[in-house]
Design a protein around this ligand. Structure first.
Ligand SMILES: *Cc1c(COP(=O)(O)O)cnc(C)c1O
Length: 382
């Protein structure tokens, strides 16, 4: 794996890293332009007042909405900012108009399942293959037999670098007249999300490398028209559409401005190029790490994402290894605990998620550290 124009530009556009950052599925490193734009907005709030500065920020935020629209095949007017993906799902399900039932994959993100339960949704399992991907050939019959009010698809999981067939699933759902909601928290940036979903949501800090505490929800107008406004209550005579009501809450405008800049940078870099490089990096990461010090790669070598998960050698606790990697080697990764996918994951895994600027030396450093962690410290289950 060698540098290309993209990796060089991505690295040059952000502060130098202190150590090795392999954690973009949790939180990427922001670029200088996004950091500076957010800081400039905060400064402008102090100069002219927060509500006056908000008006001045409207064009920047509209550019952010336009970038989301381009990446999701929805319209800029169908996009609202949220505080993240979980917030977006909570807003959408909380205003769901009709029967509360949905279908999702068994490997659905645990916190999403909790939100679905909190809103009283009955949850059915979509037919999947041995990797937990939707069997699209069986989907039409499934939807006819067991018709849910919506299909919720997490395009790329948090606990495994496997991509769902999002375009094919969207097509079958459209033909069946069942709305499809796409959780693009991990998918946006890694795989194509402009696939015809009726609602898409994502987070700023992951593959878009924007600030924390911001995200978006985009809802196709025909679906948005059917949602029932919760606040203010639907029967109050106020001139608010449902989508507008979602944004009518206190928000960190500086973070939205920073996110809009990050989205613009991603689009300018070229979504296809970014996805291709991330996919190549995933393959390189898996081939470098599989078998190192007894760790095993969980996903297929050619899964089209930059997420690699590693299951530990017997008796080794990934959570303790993660802490050791940070403390002793300044290498940042994440542990995916079983709670992330309670119906698919059976034991915690170490998640490695480099962005486009990762180097072969970074991966060598991790491989070396995984061996060192076992040799230098007892990192077992207790
Ligand atoms: C991170 C993540 C979420 C939640 O996103 P937040 O912005 O933290 O609310 C939802 N789904 C998946 C697949 C995720 O990886």
């Amino acid at each position: 794996m060698t540098d290309d124009d993209l990796s060089v530009a991505w690295r040059a556009a952000r502060p130098p890293v202190a150590g090795v950052h392999l954690d973009s599925a949790a939180c990427s490193r922001q670029g200088n332009a996004a950091i500076d734009a957010a800081a400039a907005h905060a400064r402008h709030e102090a100069e002219v007042g927060g509500y006056v500065a908000a008006e001045a920020a409207a064009p920047a935020l509209n550019a952010g909405r336009a970038a989301v629209a381009a990446l999701t095949a929805l319209a800029p007017g169908e996009v609202v900012f949220t505080t993240g993906s979980g917030h977006a799902l909570d807003l959408l399900l909380g205003s769901w108009p009709a029967e509360r039932s949905l279908a999702c994959v068994p490997g659905e993100f645990g916190p999403n399942l909790a939100t679905m339960a909190a809103h009283g949704f009955r949850v059915h399992a979509l037919p999947v293959d041995e990797l937990g991907r939707v069997r699209t050939a069986e989907l039409a019959a499934f939807l006819q037999r067991d018709r849910p009010a919506l299909v919720h698809l997490t395009g790329v999981a948090s606990h495994r670098g496997v991509a769902q067939p999002v375009a094919e699933t969207a097509e079958v759902c459209r033909a069946a007249g069942v709305p499809m909601v796409l959780d693009a928290a991990q998918a946006l940036g890694q795989i194509d999300c402009a696939v015809g979903a009726d609602a898409v949501y994502s987070s700023s800090r992951k593959w878009m490398a924007g600030p924390r505490g911001v995200g978006f929800l985009a809802v196709r107008d025909t679906l948005a028209q059917r949602l029932v406004r919760r606040i203010p209550p639907a029967d109050w005579d106020v001139p608010f559409g449902v989508l507008a009501s979602f944004e009518h809450v206190e928000a960190n405008l500086a973070a939205r401005v920073g996110y809009s800049v990050a989205l613009g940078e991603y689009v300018a870099a070229g979504p296809e190029r970014m996805r291709a490089r991330l996919s190549m990096i995933g393959a390189a990461t898996r081939s470098r790490l599989d078998g190192v010090a007894g760790w095993r790669v969980c996903e297929p070598a050619d899964a089209p994402t930059a997420i690699t998960t590693l299951s530990p050698p017997p008796g080794v606790d990934p959570a303790r290894v993660r802490s050791w990697l940070i403390a002793e080697r300044r290498i940042v990764t994440t542990v995916a605990e079983v709670a992330r996918a309670p119906f698919e994951l059976t034991a915690p895994v170490l998640r490695v998620a480099p962005h486009v600027d990762v180097t072969a030396a970074d991966l060598d450093a991790l491989a070396d550290a995984l061996a060192g962690a076992l040799a230098e410290a007892p990192l077992g289950d207790n």
